[in-house]
Design a protein around this ligand. Sequence first.
Ligand SMILES: C[S@@+](CC[C@H](N)C(=O)[O-])C[C@H]1O[C@@H](n2cnc3c(N)ncnc32)[C@H](O)[C@@H]1O
Length: 338
Amino acid sequence: MSDSHSDPSIRFTLHMLARGGDSDTFAEDVRAGLGSRPRFLLPKYFYDGLGAQLFEAICRLPEYYLTRAESEILGQHSDEIVAAVCGPVRLIELGSGSADKTRYLIEALLRRQKELHYFPVDISDVSLERSSEELLHVYPQLRITAYAADYFTALQALADAGVIERQDKRTIVLFLGSNIGNFDEEESREFLRAIRNMLHPEDGLLIGADLKKSVDVLLAAYDDALGVTSAFNRNLLVRINSELDADFDVRKFEHRAHYNERMGRVEIHLVSLVKQTVRIRAIDLEIHFEEGESIHTENSYKFDLEQLGELARQTGFSLEKTWHDSAQRFSFNLFAAV
Ligand SMILES: C[S@@+](CC[C@H](N)C(=O)[O-])C[C@H]1O[C@@H](n2cnc3c(N)ncnc32)[C@H](O)[C@@H]1O
């Protein structure tokens, strides 16, 4: 990298491919999800400006062990983790958010190479701009090319830009925070195959994945005592009100988390507390909710190592190594492209 520079703005490029999640697509997805039975909304729409900040607050809650467990792993093993991929590397991160935990890996990489090109991808342009500004300020050896986009759009844009074709470096792709758990089995395979298609043998994909455990511990993480996760979930309705001119009375919907044992996932829902009618004027939609009727807003699948190994095998990777936190709550996995 020849353009290392003390002025952070010179080291930053932002490709705005879907600002905050494209608004036409948002309207279409809201219509499709709320118009179907059972009703659902896609979790990628949680992350408007307020939603992204509420998620950062969730990461600091005592009940939300996931962030602390993954930070512990990265704090202790980041040198060993990056050493698993040989030679100089570029770093791509999907769903980078605040990129707080990414710092462990950036620092480990900068201990063994002089400069680093980092490609964060996030549907939230607000998170990307804020986190990039902070990282560029702290690490003068870092160059950032960011994509405000849905994962699949960004993967295509990275492929079109020929970023990974340049064989002078290996590629490490990061997918942290058990984001993989938001996909069902088929979606996970489709997503991992799209990543694998872009990579070369010996490139690496690092996946943080939450493990199956006691239902009480799991449910507390998604239904905290302060009600921050409830606010995060109900903010989806606030977002629909403001962006699509709707009249959801947010107080008449309750956040609910439950563990679906058969599917191995925590589900979160918004449950209508009364029989009510909601209008979404921008898409000319009227919805009648029964008392107790739910909108399914997110799944968080929980894994065991056998499932992760199988997922790797099915998608052109091999599960090379897994690291755990000391309480064995969370796994951090190296999927090597084969
Ligand atoms: C659960 S947070 C994890 C953030 C961070 N990686 C961490 O571990 O704390 C999920 C992040 O992925 C982003 N995201 C969710 N769905 C996305 C999608 N379909 N495409 C791009 N980004 C997405 C969100 O904006 C958010 O920043």
